[in-house]
Ligand binder design. Structure first.
Ligand SMILES: Cc1cc2nc3c(=O)[nH]c(=O)nc-3n(C[C@H](O)[C@H](O)[C@H](O)COP(=O)(O)O)c2cc1C
Length: 338
């Protein structure tokens, strides 16, 4: 099994080679992106000086994510890694969203073309805007499921987060008030209890655990799958996750004015940018999606945060924590290149 989790050595970028060879190299960074249940719902093709990005609907979480919100966020994360890698190697990437349908060389309706990353050569490597630091964090970034320390996140980091959100035209709520976080923790408990009450939700989660996507060895993965599929663990999960929320000094919520495909891709890109910035600062990040997977609880969260017309589309904990040793695998580039 090739080690697809370790990023390539930047010194090995095939600068003198053809675009397809360069694109294949860049994609080794794209696939290190986070994705819900590590579903890696992406595929790519190289054509006419561009990388075409596809959303793989066959990998959508039909129960947890029937609308494909998390799927597009995940693809957006991969796009951001691709853009950062392209800039790092002296290319000048442009991103265009759409056409949001099957288009060549897609082999069928499950693969929808959602973005095109144009790759033009520029004279020099872009060292600006701290982007090299973001690129350097791609290999080290991990989701951290541990309780977080009781240590505040520096205001300068939160300021950088706000600047990134403003630059991408999206909303970002950074909840630090303990009373507010406790209210979100209560929503988290209710969400977990409801989700784990649903046999279809448990079976879907069990399926992804069983594939080893969430980073366990084969045997542990099977035991985990059985436990999730058959035991009533909603209450336990609810209590555990509620404590995780209250342990975090910051609960961050990404919001959009209109929930459509371009804004979800953009939100994914922003989330990955924030995750990489956090990684570079030694901070831990942990998305928690259950509240947003239930329409009524998502509406309650929006009310709690006073979001008005904005819709929350992604929620994650931010803080300091012991490293999480979980190492989630990746599908090799060959498997996701059309
Ligand atoms: C849109 C999205 C939603 C996610 N939701 C959750 C979640 O609810 N709970 C969780 O523990 N991790 C969540 N994750 C993290 C993924 O499980 C994680 O990215 C994946 O397993 C790969 O592991 P890595 O991030 O350590 O590389 C989410 C990630 C994304 C991109």
């Amino acid at each position: 099994m090739p080690d697809t989790r370790t990023p390539p050595d930047p010194a090995e970028f095939p600068a003198a080679d053809s675009l397809p060879a360069q694109a294949t190299f860049l994609l080794r960074y794209a696939i290190l992106a986070p994705s819900s249940h590590n579903s890696q719902p992406w595929a790519f093709a190289v054509a006419d000086g561009s990388i075409l990005v596809y959303a793989d609907e066959s990998r959508r979480l039909d129960v947890a994510d029937p609308d494909g919100r998390e799927l597009l966020l995940s693809v957006g994360c991969a796009v951001e890694n691709l853009v950062l890698a392209a800039r790092r190697f002296g290319l000048d990437p442009t991103v265009e969203y759409g056409p949001f349908e099957e288009s060549p060389p897609s082999p069928g309706p499950d693969l929808r073309h959602v973005a095109t990353v144009g790759l033009a050569a520029t004279a020099s490597v872009d060292e600006g805007a701290g982007e090299t630091a973001l690129f350097d964090a791609i290999g080290a970034r991990r989701t951290n499921h541990q309780p977080f320390d009781d240590r505040p996140v520096p205001g300068s980091v939160l300021e950088t987060f706000r600047e990134y959100a403003t630059a991408s035209g999206l909303g970002l709520e950074l909840v630090t008030d303990p009373a507010r976080r406790a209210e979100i923790a209560t929503l988290q408990t209710r969400a977990d209890e409801r989700q784990f009450d649903d046999p279809a939700y448990r079976t879907e989660l069990g399926h992804w655990i069983g594939t080893g996507a969430l980073g366990a060895s084969w045997l542990t993965a099977r035991v985990g799958q059985l436990a999730v599929s058959h035991l009533d663990i909603g209450e336990r999960e609810g209590r555990k996750n509620s404590k995780l929320v209250t342990s975090a000094p910051v609960v961050a919520v990404l919001t959009v004015a209109t929930v459509d495909e371009p804004s979800l891709l953009a939100a994914g890109r922003l989330f990955e940018r924030l995750s990489l910035a956090a990684t570079g600062e030694g901070l831990a990040v942990h998305p928690m999606s259950q509240i947003l997977e239930l329409d009524d609880l998502r509406t309650e969260l929006a009310g709690l945060l006073g979001l008005g017309d904005e819709t929350p589309v992604h929620l994650f904990r931010l803080g300091y924590a012991e490293p999480d040793s979980t190492r989630t695998p990746r599908r090799p580039v060959d498997d996701v290149l059309l």
